[in-house]
Design a protein around this ligand. Structure first.
Ligand code: UD1
Length: 425
């Protein structure tokens, strides 16, 4: 983690040109974890260059998988010689999404552990739905301050599992745990995100039997073993959404390449409702977004897919700060996901919050300020605010941005933005 770098942005230039979207972080992470299940060589294409991906590769290497880059974004993984079922807590702690390796470990080896050195509290993490699913398959889980252990009597058995909430991570973990279980597993109220479908399609290439991914009922019929496969990660819908939003915030004209329109319906619908021009070229996976005027305000409620994605909430709020009137946001997926509000207000935004609701009154123009990326999407939102603001914006703690945006400043620079990464003492 390098928190000694900042992004310095001189705002005011409309973004113009083309940007190519990378593979989806939220697909790459569970798919890399799923490689634990394969006894033969796996090749993944369009693996995005991200800190979070590096952490997941560290997890695999720690477990005993061989991982090597054979091209810029192509990775070869051989998990035939995994020699431990314990993921060190340092890696779990660096990235919550590492927990998605527990399902594959449990499925293949019928046990999975993570341990904390020095007793950090890991019990408080919201993983209840993951554990409930594992238990339904016949595993026992023990969670205390410094250890999570999931064990079985040597078998997992298919079962019916209803999720109280369509958790993305829990759906992925249970789906993977069930691939090598005896009999049939049904997950009801499953998450329907495109990343679930991508994972299911990868697992199917490895020999898993999965039906219904992308609907709220997923049925997995356990098989004896999973083998190798080659798979291309789907484009990152949140990265695409971010560039679309940045385009209209700067009154620009941007062509987004490698984007699947059906994955970002709520973003497209909202931008059109607000007065932006959005042209889709579905055959070519291209979307062109532009406006030459301020957009109208709107209301947004975040929801599980296919609703409006919580991962685009901060960026949409940044857009609302420069719309022509009052917008509202209700965040229903995560508590406490308004940390960017204080930072945006430092730049002259007029945002008020009450619980999980925010009211955003559009201002004529934001002004540059020194602000802090409090998390990944908040960081992107602040950069985007900086691109439209008057004067210089300095965004610190950008290691959050590096977790999930591949070459953010390079891509913005190519669109004409004045943005640079600077080392500070
Ligand atoms: C994934 C995405 C993340 C996105 C989120 C929601 C990855 C790596 N991350 O995260 O970018 O913001 O989906 O679209 O894919 N919950 C529980 N108990 C559980 C599990 C979750 O209460 O056992 C709660 C969470 O606290 C949260 C909500 O469910 O409030 C949604 O979480 P979930 O869908 O699991 O998100 P992640 O898989 O962590």
């Amino acid at each position: 983690m390098d928190n000694k770098e900042i992004l310095v942005i001189n705002g005011g230039k409309p973004l113009e040109g083309e940007v190519c979207i990378s593979g989806a972080k939220n697909s790459a992470l569970p798919i890399l974890a799923a490689c634990v299940l394969g006894t033969e060589e796996i090749i993944l294409d369009a693996v995005p260059k991200l800190k979070d991906v590096e952490i997941m590769i560290d997890v695999l290497r720690h477990l005993g998988s061989k991982v090597e880059y054979i091209d810029e974004e192509t990775v070869r993984i051989d998990s035939s010689n995994i020699n431990t079922c314990e993921t060190p807590f340092e890696l779990m702690d660096k990235m919550r999404a590492s927990f998605v390796v527990m399902g594959p470990l449990l499925s293949r080896f019928k046990k999975a552990y993570t341990k904390a050195p020095g007793g950090c509290n890991i019990g408080a993490r919201p993983i209840d739905l993951h554990l409930k699913g594992f238990q339904a398959l016949g595993a026992e889980s023990m969670v205390n301050d410094d250890e999570i252990s999931i064990t079985t009597n040597g078998e997992l058995f298919g079962n019916e599992i209803y999720l109280d909430f369509p958790s993305v991570g829990a759906t992925q973990n249970i789906m993977m745990a069930a691939t090598l279980a005896k009999g049939e597993t049904t997950i009801e109220n499953a998450a329907k995100e495109p990343e679930i479908v991508d994972l299911a399609s990868f697992l199917s290439k490895m020999g898993a039997k999965i039906k219904g991914a992308g609907t709220s009922t997923i049925v997995i019929e356990g098989v004896e073993k999973l083998t190798g496969a080659r798979h291309t990660i789907i484009p990152d819908r949140i990265e695409a959404a971010s560039y679309m939003i940045a385009a209209v915030m700067t009154k620009g004209d941007v062509t987004i390449k490698n984007v699947i329109g059906s994955h970002i319906r709520p973003i497209i619908a909202k931008l059109i409702e607000m007065g932006a021009s959005v042209e889709e070229y579905e055959d070519e996976d291209i979307i062109r977004v532009s406006t030459n005027h301020r957009l109208k305000p709107t209301n947004v409620q975040t929801l599980p897919y296919p609703g409006f994605p919580t991962d685009a909430q901060a960026q949409f709020m940044a857009l609302m700060t420069v719309c022509d009137g009052e917008s509202r946001i209700q965040e229903t997926v995560f508590e406490n996901r308004f940390m960017h509000v204080e930072q945006l207000n430092k730049m002259g935004a007029a945002i008020a919050t009450s619980g999980n609701r925010a009211t955003v009154v559009g201002v004529d123009r934001l002004h540059g300020a020194s602000v802090k990326a409090t998390d990944l999407r908040a960081g992107a939102a602040l950069v985007m605010a900086g691109l439209t603001a008057k004067g210089e914006t300095r965004v610190s703690d950008i290691y959050h941005i590096d977790r999930g945006y591949s070459d953010l400043e390079g891509k913005f620079r190519k669109l004409g933005a004045d943005i640079k990464r600077v080392k500070v003492k």
